[in-house]
Write a protein that binds this ligand. Structure first.
Ligand SMILES: O=C(O)CCC(=O)C(=O)O
Length: 276
């Protein structure tokens, strides 16, 4: 399938910052259908223990966030918006660039935050180097390990809280001081990502990221979809069995649910693109 490519502006911003916002990744109809599916499963949202602030006074709040999973297995039609999201053309065109052809789904989940939910300490970062979550520029292109698309299903205003990161930290070489990780020093260096419902935030996992406490009246809803390069996996010991719903998926959706394997087309060089 031919797809529009990641634009030069998106490449520049992702390379420099470690993230880029995919504005309008989902249409308002796609957002509504996904939200209706979550509403139908709202009783399955599991409140997390209030432990993600890791003792930070700046990130602490009165309750934990909510987690929801299993969307790909929900009954129809509620599974459909999430099955579409894992191989959505508006994010696939960027994933193809940074994770390479044959990028794989590692998993997905929904984060909810109600007013008064705690933030999340700033974790990951380029140091120490982690093989499965790296960022590398070589031979004229970027290579990322674990890479996420956080699809926003509700608006995120400038004062609301939610996803935040330290731009550029995916390339850091020194350990991040604890008071920065805990959002207790240099808060002005942290970027809080304002977004509209339907926007996706593409970020590499080695970007130092977390969340600010949620203070808005409306519920935060973020679908975090995790990918990796086609040759990499966080774990598939034993025999791989396709999920029960595999035959219901489109070819594009099936392609992201696959075993990690070497893909010749992942070689960027023209040498490898010559017919054998
Ligand atoms: O968007 C957020 O709340 C942060 C999510 C996050 O850092 C994670 O799930 O690893």
């Amino acid at each position: 399938m031919s797809r529009a490519a990641m634009t030069d502006t998106e490449k520049y911003l992702f390379d420099v910052h470690g993230y880029v916002v995919i504005e309008g990744m989902l249409s308002s109809d796609e957002v509504s259908v996904a939200n209706a599916a979550i509403d139908a499963h709202a009783d399955q949202i599991t409140p997390r223990p209030n432990d993600l602030a890791r003792g930070s006074q700046s990130l602490a709040a009165g309750k934990g966030r909510g987690d929801l999973g299993g969307m790909l297995s929900w009954d129809k039609p509620h599974c459909d918006p999430f099955r579409q999201m894992i191989a959505h053309p508006n994010s696939a065109r960027l994933l193809q660039e940074v994770c390479g052809p044959g990028f794989r789904l590692e998993g997905l989940g929904i984060i909810t935050m109600d007013k008064g939910a705690e933030g999340f300490w700033f974790h990951e970062g380029g140091e120490p180097h982690d093989r499965s979550r790296g960022f590398l520029y070589r031979n004229g292109r970027m290579f990322t390990g674990m890479t996420n698309v956080a699809v926003q299903l509700s608006d995120v205003g400038p004062e609301d809280g939610g996803f935040a990161c330290l731009p550029g930290s995916h390339k850091s070489n020194y350990a991040c001081p604890d008071d920065i990780r805990l959002y207790e020093a240099h808060q002005d260096r942290i970027a809080h990502i304002v977004a509209k419902a339907g926007d996706g935030v593409l970020f590499c996992e080695c970007l130092m990221h977390g969340a600010l406490p949620w203070v808005a009246e409306h519920q935060r809803r973020s679908v975090i979809i995790r990918y990796n390069s086609g040759v990499q996996s966080e774990g598939t010991m034993g025999t791989w069995t396709p999920p029960a719903f595999y035959d219901e998926l489109t070819a594009e959706q099936q392609a992201v649910i696959s075993l990690p394997q070497y893909r010749k087309e992942d070689k960027g060089s023209a040498l490898y693109q010559r017919p054998a």
